[in-house]
Design a protein around this ligand. Structure first.
Ligand SMILES: [Zn+2]
Length: 179
């Protein structure tokens, strides 16, 4: 992709500052192209941040802890937690649908309260930002609740399976001496 860019003409006399700006611009264009060409799994963050150029121009909107999770999908999403081995299933509570950010924020009935109708402004839109933050908090609450209840938790599920299969308890913890 880089090779498709026109070579910089270093023979032209340009003040260093102007040259720096020109290079910045080209890196930005190339980066933007990579972003636009990204895979379908990465499409979601484009709903929130339309382009890299846009992100640079709107630096003051740099996502906070919860917004970052909403944008990247690395957070309280079953799809992500399942991928890193923290949950048994990637499915949403609404049914056998993988709970990815787009499902939660755009499609799932469960999280439709206060959902903005217009997403064209991405995270530049205050209403969208507030909805994302509110929903992220809710997702974390649900995850904590499930963890307390021992639902959808791989280690506990494995233990239950082991007990059913009669697998002896192993690990660093000493086995109980009496039953
Ligand atoms: Zn759902």
């Amino acid at each position: 992709m880089w090779s498709r860019l026109e070579p910089l003409d270093f023979h032209r006399t340009l003040p260093v500052k102007a040259l720096g700006k020109m290079i910045d611009q080209r890196i930005l264009e190339a980066w933007n192209k990579l972003y636009i060409d990204s895979t379908p799994e990465e499409h979601w963050n484009r709903t929130l941040i339309p382009s890299v150029e846009w992100a640079v121009l709107n630096m003051e909107l740099r996502p906070n802890f919860l917004l970052s999770q909403a944008v990247t999908g690395h957070g309280a999403f079953k799809s992500y937690l399942h991928r890193i081995g923290k949950r048994d299933s990637p499915a949403c509570r609404c049914g056998p649908i993988e709970r990815m950010p787009e499902h939660v924020f755009r499609l799932c009935e469960r999280y439709s309260e206060g959902r903005p109708a217009d997403w064209t402004e991405g995270i530049a839109d205050e209403e969208i930002r507030q909805y994302l933050i509110r929903t992220m908090k809710w997702l974390w609450e649900e995850e904590k609740e499930e963890e307390r209840a021992g639902v959808n938790h791989p280690r506990r599920a494995q233990r239950r399976r082991n007990v059913r299969a009669g697998v002896p308890i192993t690990g660093t913890r000493p086995a109980p001496t009496s039953r």
